[in-house]
Design a protein around this ligand. Structure first.
Ligand SMILES: Nc1ncnc2c1ncn2[C@@H]1O[C@H](COP(=O)(O)OP(=O)(O)OP(=O)(O)O)[C@@H](O)[C@H]1O
Ligand SMILES: [Mg+2]
Length: 241
């Protein structure tokens, strides 16, 4: 789809205000094919608002969003998923009364070819053995970490070119966080670009290629993650050192 383009996702001057309160102001960012790009910032910085606009869950009030060369500024989620953009939202939001398998199949609702859907399901079970073992279990009875894996696997079921994750490590024990980041690296190596919202800045900078830092709705830094890891102001603001 977007192969060969240096900018798979190209966001320019995005803005949004909730009832007059500015949440996002003039945010520009890009994600290239194969990249992991981190979006960092304190609580309320505007990270979720930004990725929700990109995924089509909210319509920007200013700015443009292009994906794979096409203008998708006003596209909605159900239009973005078939184009290859999947959002794994903040707070998991899996269906607690549905089984693991039903939750996963919901992620592939845009895929009409049943054989292809089954094939993707088999891939997900190979990727996430824990989900395979518990395929008949209700989503709501999975542990917090398992629900997080389920939410990510559900987003991957649409075979996105760009996976957007909003704070996937939230509430996970340190060991699971490490596992999650390893998994994201594997997903990325298999060809999926990732836009990663994280408060866990150190880990996010370790696995990402580039990063943007938001402060009060504005982009205050953007650089290679390797540069930001060594940056004193980033270290004191986010890394607690
Ligand atoms: N539905 C809403 N109605 C009104 N204001 C909102 C709404 N959602 C977010 N905001 C406000 O917009 C600003 C940005 O919020 P957003 O959720 O994008 O931040 P965030 O960077 O994702 O924060 P966090 O790290 O806490 O998830 C905040 O000041 C927040 O209070
Ligand atoms: Mg948020």
């Amino acid at each position: 789809m977007a192969h060969g383009l240096t900018r798979m996702l190209d966001v320019k001057g995005l803005s949004y205000a909730y009832a007059g309160a500015v949440a996002v102001s003039d945010v520009s960012l890009t994600v290239g094919p194969g990249e992991i790009v981190a979006l960092l910032g304190a609580n309320g910085a505007g990270k979720s608002t930004t990725v929700r606009m990109i995924a089509g869950a909210m319509t920007p009030q200013g700015g443009t969003i292009r994906f794979g060369g096409r203008d998708v500024t006003r596209a909605e989620c159900h239009e973005m998923v078939p184009l290859g953009v999947a959002l794994c939202p903040e707070g998991r939001l899996i269906m607690p009364q549905m089984t693991v398998m039903e939750n996963l199949l919901m992620g592939a609702y845009t895929q009409r070819d049943l054989a292809k859907r089954q094939e993707t399901l088999a891939e997900m079970f190979a990727f996430f053995p824990r989900l395979a073992e518990r395929r008949e279990q209700l989503g709501g009875l999975m542990s917090g970490g398992e629900q997080q894996m389920l939410a990510i696997a559900r987003a991957l079921m649409s075979r996105p070119g760009l996976l957007i994750l909003d704070e996937p490590s939230l509430g996970l024990a340190p060991k699971l966080v490490a596992e999650l980041f390893q998994l994201l690296r594997k997903v990325n190596e298999a060809g999926t670009a990732i836009l990663l919202v994280e408060q866990n800045a150190r880990q996010a900078l370790r696995i990402s290629h580039r990063a943007y830092v938001l402060e009060k709705g504005r982009t205050v830094r953007s650089d290679l993650s390797s540069n930001l890891i060594d940056d004193d102001s980033i270290r004191s603001a986010f890394l607690g050192v």
